[in-house]
Design a protein around this ligand. Sequence first.
Ligand SMILES: NC(=O)c1ccc[n+]([C@@H]2O[C@H](COP(=O)([O-])OP(=O)(O)OC[C@H]3O[C@@H](n4cnc5c(N)ncnc54)[C@H](OP(=O)(O)O)[C@@H]3O)[C@@H](O)[C@H]2O)c1
Length: 341
Amino acid sequence: MAPTPNPSISLAAHPVGYPDLGKDFKYDTSATIDVDSGALNGGFLTKTLYLSVDPYMRNRMRDGGLGGWKLGQLFEGFGISEVLRSETDQYKKGDILYGTTTFRAYNVWPASAPFRVLHNTENIPLSVYLGVAGMPGKTAYYGLRAIADPKAGESIFVSTAAGPVGQLVCQLAKAKGLRVLGSAGSDEKVRFLLEDLKIDAAFNYKTTSTEEGLKKFGGIDIYWDNVGGEMLDAALEAMNKFGRIVLCGHISMYNVKTPGERYGIKNTYSLLYKEVKMQGLYVTSYEEKYSDEFYATVPKMIAEGKIKYLEDVTEGLEHAPNALLGVLKGDNVGKAVVKVA
Ligand SMILES: NC(=O)c1ccc[n+]([C@@H]2O[C@H](COP(=O)([O-])OP(=O)(O)OC[C@H]3O[C@@H](n4cnc5c(N)ncnc54)[C@H](OP(=O)(O)O)[C@@H]3O)[C@@H](O)[C@H]2O)c1
């Protein structure tokens, strides 16, 4: 059998500000792989089906960033892969796997590589296991469960509400009997929040200030912060007594050129006088405790139509850099995934 092309995406330069499509990524088509008989050395061979592009990747591209990638290193991220051949009992031919993979069409893994076999008895589209049924959905589920402590009758404000984290936070909060306010960066996203997710109120933060949006809605018991900066400051001001703030993301500052460009929060006095709790969330910390519960709950709710989702699918590995830039600039409408095969 002729060698099969095995294209990949790697880091060519550390970006300054927003990633530069012409400079910071390398799409390499020179490698090939013998899919039928190449050595597995006791491991297994996978074909990449879908890849997730996520905001955290911008931090991995930073020079010296936390868990940062080295120049020339393959991009890594959550993906859905199919096992083509296996020499380990752990995974068998045809298994569909979820887990961290490389941005490459085919990969040979050692037997110890940690993946979750997706049985998908709910029969939902596989790409959804990268969105509301994947890492972003887990972020929403775990953060509500472990930090936000939502109670019926309370109110919650969710920023970046139309993304996969926000979509699930909004819907789980609504199902629990909370009043939900969402913000997003376009009228199309606001319409999705109001008409499809049926949350109570939503505004386009590019045409309505967060202060105004919050004033109209009234005080909030929970702020789900996907943005940081000025929006967090405005939310601090609008918190009710004994409110909770979940610090989930700071996307307004991921692309600053220097740390000095980051926004300095002014309204922390609110934490003091209103006895508000503010806590950071890191999804991986809760994986062991809540992942079984998550997989038993969320895919079923999606299959039953109780959880809706919106995806933004890009076709072709070579377009993954554009998809990532789109996420960082807010061009994605729904969960950004790349269909590789
Ligand atoms: N803590 C954790 O463990 C964890 C895990 C997963 C995700 N996160 C964080 O959760 C947040 C949402 O993630 P996601 O996967 O659901 O992303 P997403 O919504 O699919 O994509 C990012 C969105 O951020 C918004 N955005 C971009 N620049 C912005 C700016 N300057 N100000 C305000 N909004 C901006 C854009 O939406 P608009 O059109 O609405 O501006 C963009 O579509 C991110 O901050 C991410 O880093 C945290």
